[in-house]
Ligand binder design. Structure first.
Ligand code: FE2
Length: 296
């Protein structure tokens, strides 16, 4: 999916054509103003922008560690969630890995309404120890990635514009919950996310941070693996996007090689044409775990 690509693009390059992140007063850098780009589907919809800002404000007022306030979603927003889930359901059965499908069942997220971060966080925490905390939009990349070391996933709470149910140019609650939260309910994946955060903490140079961000991109965001002779997705950007799951079948698959992934450039504005494929979930887990533990 294209949405989180924006976040990662900020790791790779300071320049961002879509948003402008302005850190506010929070010492943790979590409070961020995100300015919509004119190409954003909701840019010319004042009602959408007001809704998005109102929900983002919850995160801007949020004190880390306190209970997450519920977002007052509208019926239209709940309906949009249902549309996205309906589009993804058959795609998941065909193209998502077994570990993802198992976690979808374990979390049992509602289909007819957007679940609140609070309730999803409680479920994920009970399963893997990871929890969600709200952010108002894009945060400084190091803040986002380092928070993983503490078992905290910083999550947006607003939803995409209704005109593009299968696409969003920025992280939204669909990507965060149907991508990240579901996979964080899997203990090995939760461990890998923590190890990414710890590796980022040990990273001092910008060049090394870029390499590590690419590894994150081609595994946790866009990783695929072999399962019973078929290519299946475990990357959050894939499993949260019907469009990406469709495009995945036409992508060039390369054998998972994390040194190669660390050097591989990617385009944030298109479906991913190159994916790194592990032999199995267990192989992916061991390979990435070893790499992150040894990092740098
Ligand atoms: Fe993501």
């Amino acid at each position: 999916m294209l949405q989180e690509q924006q976040l990662l693009s900020e790791i790779i390059s300071e320049a961002s054509p879509l948003t402008e992140a302005l850190p506010l007063s929070s010492p943790e850098g979590r409070r961020t103003l995100v300015k919509l780009d004119p190409d954003h589907p909701g840019f010319r919809d004042p009602a959408y922008r007001a809704r998005r800002n109102a929900i983002a404000q919850i995160a801007l007022d949020y004190e880390p560690g306190s209970p997450i306030p519920d977002a007052p979603y509208t019926e239209e927003e709940h309906g949009l969630w249902g549309i996205v889930r309906s589009a993804l359901r058959p795609q998941h059965q065909s193209h998502a890995c077994a570990e993802y499908l198992e976690c979808v069942e374990r979390l049992d997220l509602p289909c007819d309404r957007i679940p609140q971060l609070r309730e999803v966080s409680e479920k994920v925490q009970a399963l893997s120890g990871f929890r969600l905390e709200p952010v108002g939009g894009l945060v400084e990349p190091r803040v986002f990635l380092e928070s993983l070391a503490d078992g905290v996933f910083l999550s947006t709470q607003y939803i995409r514009h209704y005109s593009t149910p299968l696409y969003t140019p920025e992280p939204d609650v669909v990507h965060e919950l149907l991508g990240h939260a579901v996979l964080l309910a899997n203990e090995p994946m939760a461990e890998l996310n923590r190890l990414v955060g710890e590796a980022v903490r040990r990273t001092t140079s910008e060049e090394a941070l870029e390499r590590l961000a690419r590894v994150y991109w081609f595994t946790i965001e866009f990783g695929v693996l072999m399962e019973a002779g078929e290519v299946k997705a475990y990357g959050t950007g894939l499993v949260s996007s019907a469009g990406e799951l469709d495009a995945m079948q036409r992508a060039e698959l390369r054998t998972l090689d994390l040194e190669a992934a660390a050097r591989q450039e990617f385009d944030t504005t298109t479906y991913q044409p190159i994916l790194f494929c592990a032999d199995s979930f267990e192989s992916m887990y061991q390979t990435l775990r070893d790499y992150l533990i040894r990092w740098p």
